[in-house]
Design a protein around this ligand. Structure first.
Ligand SMILES: [Fe+2]
Ligand SMILES: [Fe+2]
Length: 301
C-alpha cells in the first residue's frame, strides 16, 4: 500500500458533466488549496474518452494525487464517441488512461491519506447497481422496470451502458462487489477508510429522489453494511445530483455532485466547489443535519 506524508486536504467532487461548456469552465477553475491536496473524482466526467482525458489530465496536473471512480456516463458507449468499446473493455480502457496520467483508479492499490485527519485508506470503488433499490410495491427487477417504463423515468443506461462480456449489468455489479469486498476485507483492521464511488453504499440518500423509481439505477443492497464492516470514516458518492451531507448509523455520507447547469443554477452555493472530506470541517459534525437542499431530481437520466 502506498503512503504519503504531509499536510493538505482530501477533497472530492463528482458529476462534472463537462460536455456542458459551463461545467468545463468550472473544471478549468478548480485548484487545490495546498500543494499537498488530493482530489477524488467520483464519476460522470463525460461521455467521451477525449473529454475524460482532458479532465483527468487537467486535474492531475494541479493536485498532488487524483483518484477516479467511474460513473455511468463515463461507461456509456455513446454514439458521439469515436471510441466504441463496450462494457468491461471500455472500463479497462479508462483504467489504462488513468495509469498513463498517474491517476489512481479502482484497480490500483488503495493509497493511505496521511495528511490531517489521517491515516485513512482512500478506496475508489467501481460497484455499479443491480436494481435492488426497488420502488415501493415492486418485488422484482421486472416489476420495477415495468413500473419505470410506465412513468417514463428510465435511465439511459438501459440503452448505452453495455455489460459485455457479462450477460447483464447486475451480473457485472455482483462480480465487482465480490472482488471489492475481498480487497476491503484484507485491509489492516486498525485503519479507517474513505470509500468513494459513484453510487451510495446505502439506499438512504435515494429517499429524497423526485422520481423514486430512479433508485433502481443508484446502487445495490449488497453493500448496505459496508460502512460498518469496513470502518468507514466517510462515504463519498455522486450520481443523484443532490449534493448534501447525511449521517447514517454514525457514518458521514457526502454527495459531492456538481450536476447539470440547470440544476446548479438553482442552488445557493457557488457551483464547482470542492468538498472537503478530511480534515472534517467544523459544522459538518452536526449529526442531525440532513438538509434536503430542494429535494430530488429526475433529469439526470
Ligand atoms: Fe451525473
Ligand atoms: Fe451518474
Amino acid at each position: 500500500m502506498e503512503s504519503t506524508a504531509g499536510a493538505g486536504r482530501l477533497l472530492a467532487i463528482s458529476d462534472l458533466h463537462i460536455t456542458y461548456p459551463e461545467n468545463r469552465e468550472l473544471v478549468g477553475k478548480m485548484r487545490p488549496e495546498t500543494d499537498q491536496d488530493w482530489l477524488i473524482v467520483a464519476g460522470d466526467i463525460a461521455e467521451t474518452v477525449a473529454d475524460i482525458r482532458w479532465t483527468l489530465e487537467t486535474l492531475a496536473g494541479r493536485f498532488r494525487k487524483v483518484l477516479w471512480a467511474p460513473g455511468n456516463h463515463d461507461l456509456w458507449t455513446h454514439p458521439k464517441d469515436p471510441v466504441t468499446l463496450r462494457g468491461v473493455a471500455r472500463y479497462e480502457h479508462l483504467v489504462e488512461l488513468c495509469r498513463e496520467l498517474g491517476v489512481v483508479s479502482p484497480e490500483d492499490p488503495y493509497p493511505v491519506w496521511e495528511g490531517p485527519g489521517g491515516p485513512v485508506v482512500v478506496a475508489p470503488l467501481f460497484l455499479l447497481y443491480d436494481y435492488s433499490f426497488l420502488p415501493a410495491g415492486c418485488a422484482t427487477k421486472e416489476e420495477g422496470l415495468a413500473y419505470a417504463h410506465g412513468t417514463g423515468v428510465v435511465c439511459n443506461d438501459e440503452y448505452l451502458l453495455h455489460p459485455d462480456p457479462y450477460p447483464t449489468r447486475e451480473a457485472w455489479c455482483r462480480a465487482r462487489v465480490e472482488a471489492t469486498e475481498r480487497r476491503l476485507a484484507e485491509l489492516p483492521e486498525d485503519l479507517p477508510t474513505v470509500l468513494a464511488g459513484h453510487y451510495p453504499l446505502d439506499r438512504h440518500p435515494t429517499d429524497v429522489l423526485w422520481y423514486p423509481e430512479f433508485a433502481m439505477w443508484c446502487g445495490t443492497t449488497l453493500t448496505a453494511d459496508w460502512h460498518r464492516r469496513f470502518r468507514v470514516d466517510t462515504m463519498v458518492y455522486g450520481h443523484l445530483h443532490i449534493p448534501r451531507t447525511t449521517w447514517h448509523e454514525g457514518v458521514r455520507f457526502e454527495e459531492v455532485s456538481v450536476g447539470y447547469p440547470r440544476e446548479w443554477r438553482k442552488r445557493s452555493r457557488p457551483p464547482g466547489e470542492l468538498r472537503r472530506i478530511l480534515p472534517m470541517e467544523v459544522g459538518t459534525g452536526d449529526r442531525g443535519a440532513a438538509p434536503g437542499l430542494g429535494g430530488g431530481r429526475g433529469d439526470a437520466r
